[in-house]
Design a protein around this ligand. Sequence first.
Ligand code: DGT
Ligand code: CA
Ligand code: CA
Ligand code: ZN
Length: 577
Amino acid sequence: MDKEKELAHLFERMADMLEFLGENHYRVRAYRRVAELLSQLGEDLQELLASGKLRQMHGIGEATLEKIEEYLRTGKIKAYEELKEKVPEELMELLEVPGLGVKTLRLAYDKLKVRSKEEFIQAVRSGRIAFLPGMGDKKVQKLMRGLELWENSKKRMSLIQAYDLGKALLKHFEPLKDLYERAELVGSLRRRKETVGDIDLLLSAKRENWERLHQHFVKSPCEEVLLRGETKSSLLTQEGRQVDLRTVEPEQWGSALQYFTGSKEHNVRLRDMARALGLKLSEYGLFRADTGERIGGREEEEVYRLLGMEWIPPELRENAGEIELAMAGALPRLVELKDIKGDFHMHSNWSDGANSLEEMVQACYQLGYQYMVIGDHSQSSKVANGLDPARYREQFRLIERLREQYEPLGFYILRGCEVDILPDGSLDLPEGFLEEFDFVVASIHMKLNQDNTYRILKAMESPYVNLIGHPTGKAYGSREGYPLQMDKVIQVAKETGTALELNTPRADLSPERIRKCVEAGVTIAVVTDAHSVRHLSYMELGVGLARRGWATPERVLNTQDIHGIRKFVEMKRKLLG
Ligand code: DGT
Ligand code: CA
Ligand code: CA
Ligand code: ZN
């Protein structure tokens, strides 16, 4: 599909450039129409060309056909190359800025001698843009906001942000559920990538309903509608995030789901394999290359099966060895949300959480867990209202009372803490006191700019530390994490029977590092680090991140029942005590 896309983009660009040059608007419109047609063909371009169907499409004239053929033959379009000599192409990128049109751009070019993106942004920020005719205060402000949104949209969002946005989108479509068969968030969000560029929603529906679905989509609260088509629409949310909607026929569901889930690398590999089998795979289905006969595509499993492999979980689709294993029927059984029996890291309003301990307990129980560890901060974390031993003891009494209520229901509340690892590697609570907890998480919260390997190694030597919280110090969006000798951490974690944390909101522990832990036989714990009841439900994303690291149930502490957890704690105490 790549050629069609590139071509659509070229025609759109040419339309912009022609408009910029003051070309008559019928001609400009004709180019835009071609771009739109190309971006939603519904069939392979080469085939449409060969069969003569393209020629018959309304809006495709001789000159256009020539350009398309020229591009397919040479990879270039001469008319486009010529336009590029007359118009600074990079200025055209600015047309993505909400509220900025060709007219303003042209004025800035003529009157302010703006020749590049940077110069334009500079002209807006410095206020020079206000000298253009017709540029009132309101318009300048709108442009400033537009630029901000645009720059924001170039940044990637966190998995959690994307998930929340995606869920809201699915909800937006619920009232229309009679108009479509299936709906799924696809792209990097379905693959549970730790950062997401844009949100992709796929709907399968009868063709006669597409129009209404797209209509409903562009009516959702948004900043700007970027594209409104028959198969694809895009919009920019009020936070400046792009959302794409695609509609397909019910019988295309499987192949479209496969295609739009990606990754691109995985798809390219898969298409090559199809070709080697004499088949052709696209978002429209799986076809015989010679006769064009359609042999499948309604279900995703079917697509993989017809290519001679097991269905591959979306989190693994990065062309990182998963295809070979799927061919051999040897994919690992990955951890799943339904394997998860508890959460080890969360905060209540005893420290910096938003909800009471009672509320956190109730929420965990309702999630169907068998146990939970409450882990409020220790005393050194002053900003987080950390607890000293006296307050922890007070909390223990409350836990005692709650246990009377919950244990008969088969739900276990473990006394825990998130104890600070101090700069010298010692712990923020005395060993004698740590012994009173059922489960201890130890984390670094200060001096984040140095190699902190020694602190983590020392903390793991304590018989009472069961889990190293956010071991790499990574915080989404703000910090990359401190230098860390991961191999040493893995080795000592294994020797001491200490688990390493996969912290969901921070996406701490990259897939590569999880894979290393899994291979080394180190236990990881997936936690939500919830600071409110709502955060607890992000466990699903934590599990997704673990799956991206090929984590199997045996390697994930949360898959063990309460006896397993107690044994895990006891073993370490015996080993090092
Ligand atoms: P993102 O949005 O940057 O986090 O990453 P994705 O993977 O969601 O990428 P996106 O939104 O551009 O496209 C969604 C999926 O559609 C992508 O994972 C694979 C498929 N796709 C998009 N463009 C192409 C393409 O040019 N070639 C192939 N083979 N697949 C594509
Ligand atoms: Ca995407
Ligand atoms: Ca997209
Ligand atoms: Zn922490």
